[in-house]
Design a protein around this ligand. Structure first.
Ligand SMILES: C[S@@+](CC[C@H](N)C(=O)[O-])C[C@H]1O[C@@H](n2cnc3c(N)ncnc32)[C@H](O)[C@@H]1O
Length: 254
């Protein structure tokens, strides 16, 4: 079963980002639902949710959450599809909220995926996305490392052998810097994220395709489609920038 605290955390994060108390009567599209945690949170906030993912295991995981927590409610569907499938995306209709956290940059065609995602937002509706921050040459280096990791078993072995000790030393340094017992950072991280630090390292190295975007590029692309930026949470590091846009009610965007 899922830790109720994690669902609560997810509900609060979504409400904070949207500056709302609930999603009552909203129709929501969760693109790349992954574990399904955000879909579940949005469903519990009162939305009718349409979830899909390209990865069969992620679909199975989201489907399992729906079975456990939302099966009696027909207002949550889960399917195996791709955001890059134009016919599928156009068949979905319009949504009050299109939500895609940490997904579009893993499709291999980020701008095309963003374009297809934004077309699903109803006039006056909201687009909430998180995309990897563009760190210039550093992002290029990470792309090369990830490509090598995903290229073959020897590539995975080589990158793992180089980076796992490096990551472990960094975690140890974080503990020592704060005069914590070694292992404290890893334990606290697992409690906070719901996955072990080692799993997170694997997830990072294996996260390919990997594209990045500068915040200004995202804002100007969506402005051209009739979207106004409502809020953004930017990082200086290698994580994701989060954006909340509203589509103008009279938008002439596609
Ligand atoms: C980093 S996970 C994020 C999952 C979830 N949104 C979350 O916040 O936990 C990225 C997800 O994007 C999915 N994905 C990648 N390419 C996709 C595509 N073309 N269409 C739909 N989902 C895709 C992956 O299968 C994976 O579940």
């Amino acid at each position: 079963m899922l830790d109720e605290h994690r669902v609560d955390q997810s509900r609060r994060a979504i409400c904070d980002l949207l500056d709302r108390e609930d999603l009552q009567d909203w129709r929501v599209l969760d693109i790349g639902s992954g574990s399904g945690l955000s879909s579940l949170a949005m469903h519990q906030l009162g939305a009718e949710v349409v979830s899909f993912d390209y990865d069969p295991d992620s679909v199975a995981c989201t489907e399992e959450l729906r079975r456990l927590y939302g099966a009696s409610d027909k207002h949550w569907t889960v399917t195996h599809d791709s955001v890059l499938d134009v016919a599928f995306m156009q068949s979905l209709g319009k949504f009050n909220l299109v939500y895609s956290w940490g997904v579009l940059h893993h499709t291999g065609a980020m701008w095309q995926a963003l374009d297809l995602a934004q077309q699903c937002v109803a006039p006056g509706g909201t687009l909430l996305i998180a995309l990897y921050n563009d760190q210039g040459w550093r992002s290029g280096v990470w792309r090369a490392i990830k490509r090598l990791y995903c290229s073959s078993a020897p590539g995975r072995w080589l990158v793992g052998a180089l980076f796992y000790p490096f990551f472990a030393l960094y975690a140890l340094w974080l503990d020592l810097r704060q005069l914590h017992v070694p292992g404290t950072h890893a334990r606290q991280y697992a409690q906070r994220r719901g996955m072990s630090l080692f799993h997170d390292w694997r997830d990072w190295l294996g996260g390919y395709p990997f594209e990045v975007a500068q915040p200004e590029g995202v804002v100007s692309k969506l402005a051209a489609e009739g979207f106004q930026l409502q809020s953004q949470k930017l990082t200086q590091g290698l994580g994701c920038n989060e954006f909340v846009f509203t589509k103008t009610a009279t938008s002439h965007g596609k």
